[in-house]
Ligand binder design. Structure first.
Ligand code: NAP
Length: 525
């Protein structure tokens, strides 16, 4: 089976033998993809001229309704998405739900909050600014949806959610989407697009998908386009530095890899509720989606006096989890996505082992349950320990994109903050403490280098959303190494797809346009 591309309003198979997609448990080939012979330049033109124009003819409110219909179609086909996810990503039911239900929830969320923008087609920001003596000549800032296309170059780990969390705000803004899913797991995104197209929800050109290599895609992007990338820091650098992207000042949003931390406060002793919550959260982050989450906890920073106890508690939980074929309902940890990722994880672990002790796992010859170790792509959940945080290098630098984390000891608040900051910019850190003074110091000490800080004390023990959970109402993204991008955060996400401009002129003309606009204050409510 070769998965077709959907471009210029038509399904087209790429030429050549194509690239194979595999089942990471059995090693069987599932399908092939190819973008060879696809005219991506024409596809972008079509998206801009047909899709963009038709979408912008509608109001924000009408486009919010389209998102609601997309969510309905996805809900109808949910079981099929779980089937594809199991086959192509080796996901357990919980792993699949994280991606697929997360995608549907995000689409529904934007369908709901998008209604607040009502019958308008552009946004106005603030009031008029008088720039003359009489006030008759004034200035007014507006934000208009860009007349280009939104190009999504996505990572392999969230084929459904990655597509939806970007598409929902883009379509709501009136900007057509062209998605290029990561090759190894393109099937699920391709199937979702197929369902949306079949349902006839969107105008022609509003949605396109290119499966396979990006090839010359970036040669055809223009000043009105947005490139939104999720993936590794290395690829991000190539995209940012692409000559056409630079020459035409194309807006680029990057969500890249990140060495996220979980922090245990010195006030939390072993055996207490908050201690157990940290242990549970670390294990969940190591094992859900086999640790293939950009937000997963990679470093666990604990006061030296509790170093041993935390290690023992995490190892105890890890040892009770079955790792293997997710078709067995008892299995809690599936494979990584393919042999290449398995090799990359093992290589990363070898580096970490140079400066860390292995507390659990780390066996390269590990035997998964009900799967052939030769054909499958499993990595044994592995906990490492680093006693000298500031002297370590790889612990803060090497992202093992699999079921692995490192325990790092800290000695004081200053030492802790310095260690956390060695991540050089992360998506998220979580802090487990009941001491308001400690929490405040940590938040102020690391906030500027993190997109999100999750605080867990006894008062939110039964309510908090989770370290790795990206909720659409809150910001996703992080500075520095994490890519410097910003996504979600409710209607703020629309800013990426709009351009701000100011009109200076007669105040009555400004008032007329302003009357057609929704106020940007809605984005922040
Ligand atoms: P990757 O190898 O960087 O690939 C990401 C995407 O870029 C894929 O669609 C890939 O296509 C494409 N690509 C590769 N080279 C390209 C080029 N020269 N021009 C245009 N596109 C190009 O990353 P990955 O292995 O899929 O994903 C894992 C990484 O993503 C991890 O490091 C993880 O931390 C990060 N991640 C970050 C977030 C976040 O939100 N911050 C979320 C998820 C994952 P092909 O597949 O066809 O090569």
């Amino acid at each position: 089976m070769k998965l077709a591309n959907y471009v210029s309003g038509q399904w087209k198979e790429g030429t050549g033998a194509g690239e194979p997609l595999f089942d990471p448990v059995t090693g069987e080939e599932l399908a092939r993809i190819s973008s060879q012979g696809i005219d991506v330049g024409a596809a972008l033109d079509y998206a801009r001229s047909q899709g963009g124009t038709a979408l912008r003819d509608q109001t924000y409110g009408a486009r919010a309704e389209l998102l609601g219909k997309i969510a309905e179609v996805m809900t109808t086909n949910r079981e099929e998405y779980f089937r594809i996810s199991l086959l192509n990503l080796g996901t357990t039911q919980a792993d699949g739900a994280f991606d697929i239900d997360g995608a549907i929830y995000t689409m529904k969320y934007y369908a709901k909050i998008g209604k607040a923008l009502g019958a308008s087609k552009i946004l106005k920001e603030g009031g008029t600014v008088s720039i003359s003596k009489t006030g008759e000549f004034a200035g007014q800032h507006f934000l208009a949806p860009t007349k280009g296309a939104a190009i999504f170059i996505n990572a392999f780990n969230f084929p459904a959610w990655g597509f939806c969390e970007k598409s929902a705000p883009s379509l709501l803004s009136g900007v057509p989407v062209v998605v290029k899913p990561a090759s190894p797991t393109a099937w699920l995104a391709q199937r979702i697009v197929e369902d949306i197209v079949k349902a006839g929800i969107l105008p022609a050109g509003a949605i396109s998908i290119v499966c396979g290599s990006a090839r010359d895609l970036l040669d055809h992007v223009c000043e009105s386009d947005i490139v939104s990338f999720t993936g590794s820091a290395d690829t991000a650098m190539r995209i940012r530095g692409h000559e056409n992207v630079l020459r035409r000042s194309v807006r680029v949003n990057v969500e890249a890899d990140s060495i996220n931390s979980a922090i245990l406060g010195p006030d939390i002793s072993p055996g207490t509720e908050v201690f157990d919550l940290l242990v549970k959260e670390v294990v969940r982050e190591m094992t859900l989606k086999a640790g293939q989450k950009c937000t997963a906890i990679r470093r666990v920073l604990v006061p030296r006096q509790h170093f041993k106890a935390v290690g023992e508690a995490i190892c105890a939980r890890l040892s009770s989890l079955k790792v293997g074929n997710p078709r067995n309902a008892e299995v809690k940890v599936g494979p990584v996505v393919n042999k290449a990722q398995q090799s990359s994880c093992l290589e990363g672990l070898r580096k970490l082992k140079e400066e860390c002790e292995v507390l659990f796992g780390g066996d390269e010859k590990f035997q998964p349950l009900e799967a052939d170790a030769q054909k499958s792509a499993f990595v044994q959940p592995t906990l490492l320990a680093c006693k000298n945080g500031l002297e370590a290098k790889y612990v803060h630098d090497v992202e093992v994109f699999g079921p692995a984390a490192t325990l790092v000891a800290y000695d004081s608040l200053e030492n802790l903050i310095a260690i956390a900051r060695r991540g050089l910019g992360s998506l998220v850190a979580s802090v487990f403490s009941n001491d308001p003074g400690f929490l405040k110091s940590v938040i102020l000490g690391i906030g500027d280098l993190h997109g999100r800080i999750l605080v867990v004390d006894s008062s939110v023990a039964s309510q908090y959303t989770g370290h790795g959970n990206v909720v659409p109402s809150c910001l996703h993204g992080g500075p520095g190494r994490a890519g410097g991008g910003e996504e979600l955060a409710g209607l703020r996400a629309l800013l990426l797809y709009h351009r701000r401009f100011v009109v200076q002129g007669p105040s009555n003309t400004l008032a007329e346009i302003a009357g057609l606009s929704a106020d940007t204050s809605v984005l922040y409510s």
